[in-house]
Ligand binder design. Structure first.
Ligand code: NAG
Length: 688
């Protein structure tokens, strides 16, 4: 008996093993087939084991128990089609092929066989054709993001079967037809995001679309061809935070949204609603930050109490028939930035004494005649030209296509546009950009991605908040494929998990074509050169340290750590500083040249510290930037700045004469130049 059971078990386990092996082969066959059709697959896609038993799997492939569970190949420059072969990857949970605009053709029906799939992310690819109705078989799907492709045809009603769906993003396609319900979107009670803007959906918004069981926070159907009235059932979705229905052909009265206490951002602009008085329920929306109702048939007076909503930031009610006297009391929201009432019938206005936000009344009777010159009757241009303070990195000349990083290193950054989802985000507050940069850095670090720094800059654009993002590689000039797809994955995840106060971040990547180590031989060559350079640096360094040491020994008995020695020890900060003709001053020397840092010699003060004028024994005038206690930079930053400045000899830039680094002091000694230019240069220096 016992032995029979044993034999039986043996047979079963052999069968299990066989099945496992067979499945493995299927994974391999599927990937191999994709590799055949796709161009630009990672170079290490060779051999017969994508999961890499030795621990080195194919780039972009992750395995669990020797089965392929994740493919993340965002921004790889892939071209070709997504063929039905993908169905062989039956354990696949994540498929992210975003930002490969060369991936074209339709999605295969057989994608419905990937029953373990939970993330399907195809942002900004070149896919077209219908969304296959088999998508409804992906019971585990929680993120479906097909945004910015060319998908056409209707939303398949089977999508209603995706009971685990959290994120539905179909925006920016050519989808058409009516919004499907029962079966359809109304069944997605766990979904928080319906992003369906910028398509060609038509017909009425079905009243079944919304019900009290839903947990939606974003409902975006802007820029479609929807008509009819907004169903009153919308008022049942108490979780709603963002509602965008602008640029449709909606009619009828507005629904009553009283009780939507989480609603932050509402945009109903450019529809053909009935002429209506300013809706009374708007005043009850305690969380409201943005109200956009441009060209929506609004008439009558805006109630004074509306501007007292505590979180209100931005109100755009252009091209309506609002009339009477506009009153913005002193108890209005302290966050208010903009009230845009262009082209209405406002005849007068009264604003509280503390009111200092932008109010635009151009095109109202109040601006006719003599009052036309008042500031509210003129559109100020200054707004859109706001830009983030330039980084203090001065004229570094980089090779073509390379860009200087915030740490002043030339490299090939990964770049793209970052679109912020919170429409009332305060674009004038530059701290916000810094904290966004820090947030991005922390996110990259938490995924252990080789990122050195990130840099954001604001594109002048009024309606959306679009930032240019540059992500710089750490310690090298190029990212490799793993780095790029990892960064793209993190950035696309920020879309799905909105972070206050930034809201969802939507990233549009530029193609990256500077991958490192494209050829084995060349990367070996680079290593060779790198080793050679390090030796050279080491030699220079030893000489430098020797000279430095001698000098210091002569002058100071109480010695501190030699900063260059510590740079030498710690390779991670890039080795020794390379200084061109900059000399090292002692603290005592600089003290003497500035009359003991007297106030009379102080010519500028900034966050960093003070700048003093000094005279060297050679009679040369110098400007000495002295970091105040507590704001000294880390060794690395100080060294970078030193290196940079010592290389800069441009007519409009002050050049570095020397530096001092001792007794907790960090000082940089610059050429002193005449007034006008000095001011500019100083403001640059003090900015750091
Ligand atoms: C409304 O339509 C006008 C004209 O097409 C457009 O310029 C404006 O940006 C639209 N407003 C919104 C909020 O979409």
């Amino acid at each position: 008996m016992g032995s029979r059971i044993q034999v039986c078990l043996l047979v079963i386990s052999v069968q299990i093993l066989l099945v496992a092996a067979q499945m493995n082969n299927l994974d391999f066959a599927a990937l191999n087939a994709l590799k055949e059709i796709w161009k630009n697959t990672p170079l290490n896609w060779v051999g017969s084991d994508p999961c890499g038993k030795s621990g080195k799997s194919w780039e972009g492939i992750h395995c669990t128990n020797s089965r392929v569970t994740s493919i993340t190949l965002a921004s790889m420059g892939l071209t070709g089609q997504l063929s039905g072969d993908i169905q062989g990857l039956s354990e696949l949970q994540t498929l992210d092929l975003s930002y490969n605009s060369g991936l074209i053709g339709s999605l295969p029906q057989s994608i419905g066989n990937l029953t373990k799939l939970s993330n399907l992310i195809l942002v900004s690819c070149g896919f077209s054709g219908p969304i296959p109705e088999t998508i409804g078989s992906l019971q585990q799907l929680s993120i479906l993001s097909l945004t910015s492709n060319s998908f056409s045809g209707p939303i398949p009603p089977s999508i209603g079967n995706l009971s685990n769906l959290y994120w539905l993003d179909l925006s920016g396609n050519k989808l058409s037809g009516t919004i499907p319900v029962s079966p359809g979107l109304d069944m997605l009670v766990n979904a928080k995001h319906f992003h369906c803007g910028r398509n060609q959906f038509s017909g009425e918004i079905p009243s079944q679309l919304f019900n009290a069981n839903m947990s939606l926070i974003h409902v975006l159907f802007d820029n479609n061809k929807l008509n009819g009235k907004i169903p009153s059932t919308l008022g049942l979705v108490k979780t709603l935070e963002i509602l965008f229905l602008s640029n449709n052909q909606l009619t009828g009265p507005f629904p009553d949204l009283t009780g939507l206490n989480s609603l932050n951002h509402v945009d109903l602009s450019n529809n053909t609603f009935d002429k209506t008085d300013f809706p009374p329920w708007v005043e009850t929306l305690r969380s409201l930050e943005t109200l956009m109702m441009e060209d929506t048939g609004l008439q009558g007076q805006i109630p004074d109490a509306f501007f007292s909503l505590p979180l209100l930031i931005k109100v755009v009610l252009r091209n309506n028939k609002l009339n009477g006297t506009l009153v913005v009391n002193s108890d209005s929201s302290v966050h208010l930035q903009l009230i845009d009432l262009q082209n209405n019938y406002i005849t007068d206005y009264m604003v509280g004494t503390r009111f200092n936000s932008e109010l635009i009344l151009v095109g109202n009777p109040v601006c006719e005649g003599a009052r036309g010159t008042e500031s509210h009757c003129i559109i100020q241009q200054s707004n859109s030209s706001y830009s983030i303070e330039p980084k203090t990195c001065m004229q570094v000349t980089c090779k073509s296509h390379q860009i200087s990083s915030p740490n002043c290193r030339c490299a090939y950054p990964y770049t793209g546009l970052l679109i912020l989802g919170a429409p009332s985000f305060n674009v004038k507050n530059s701290n916000i950009y810094t904290s966004l940069e820090n947030y991005l850095m922390r996110s990259f670090q938490s995924y252990q991605l080789p990122v050195d720094s990130v840099s954001l800059s604001k594109n002048p654009d009024d309606s959306l908040i679009i930032l240019s993002l540059e992500v710089f590689p750490y310690g090298v000039e190029h990212f490799d494929r793993t780095g790029i797809s990892g960064i793209a994955f993190v950035l696309s995840n920020m879309t799905f998990y909105p972070m206050k106060p930034f809201g969802p971040l939507f990233f549009i990547a530029d193609p990256y074509s500077y991958f490192a180590g494209t050829k084995k031989s060349s990367s070996a060559g680079i290593i060779g050169v790198a080793v050679g350079c390090s030796l050279l640096v080491l030699l220079c360094l030893l000489a430098g340290i020797y000279a430095f040491h001698q000098k210091r020994r002569a002058e100071i008995s109480d010695k501190q750590n030699n900063p260059f020695a510590s740079w030498h020890r710690n390779e991670s900060n890039g080795g020794a500083p390379q200084l061109k003709g900059a000399r090292c001053f002692s603290f005592e020397e600089l003290k003497k040249y500035t009359n003991t840092f007297s106030d009379a010699n102080c010519i500028g003060v900034g966050g960093y510290g003070k700048v003093y004028r000094g005279t060297l024994p050679s009679e040369q005038l110098v400007a000495i930037k002295r970091a105040k206690q507590g704001s000294t930079q880390g060794d690395l930053e100080f060294k970078s700045e030193l290196e940079l400045l010592s290389r800069v000899h441009h007519k409009n830039v002050v050049s570095l004469v020397g530096f001092c680094f001792e007794q907790d002091e960090q000082m940089l000694v610059y050429e002193y130049i005449a007034n006008g230019t000095l001011k500019e240069s100083l403001s640059g220096l003090l900015g750091s």
